[in-house]
Design a protein around this ligand. Sequence first.
Ligand code: PNS
Length: 176
Amino acid sequence: MKKVTAIYPGSFDPPTNGHLDLIARGSKIFDELIVAILRNVDKSPLFSLGERRLMLESMTSDFDNVQVDTFDGLTVDYAARVNATAILRGIRAISDYEYELQMALMNRKLHPELETVFMMPAEQYSYISSRLVREVAQLGGSISDLVPEMVEQRIREKLDPAVKLQNVRPRKAGKR
Ligand code: PNS
């Protein structure tokens, strides 16, 4: 039977528990799932593309059929390059629907063979967005239920470089 490869495109700045939930669901229904991080030169992201890639690779290391990649240009062109036949997107609430519908229809216009598949994350993640995670973290709120522990640590280091220094163990006297 023909194998179905899907891409899961997004900014992932930072990746959240909601993204991870969707990746887990997508990995069950597609043969191959490529988490594709958009290299968007217009935005000033919190995390570089390389940092986002490393976080996503660590988060998805237990899934044998999930890979992480980066892309620029049109999502449909990237999908064609990697022989994907589906785009996975999450819909959290009705407010997502209009934007997602518009994108899905535009992508269908550009590449009619490519199907967009919407999945819903678990209810407990339905209010999480990368933007709100950044905002809450920047203003000192807890993000521990919103992102994996490793991502939380990276965000803390990014917002307060002193946190990173605290985690660097001092060299033992006499050792070079
Ligand atoms: O996680 P995001 O930021 O909502 O993801 C948006 C993304 C990356 C899926 C969308 O901006 C996108 O596909 N950008 C690539 C450029 C493109 O194909 N634009 C036309 C989309 S209809």
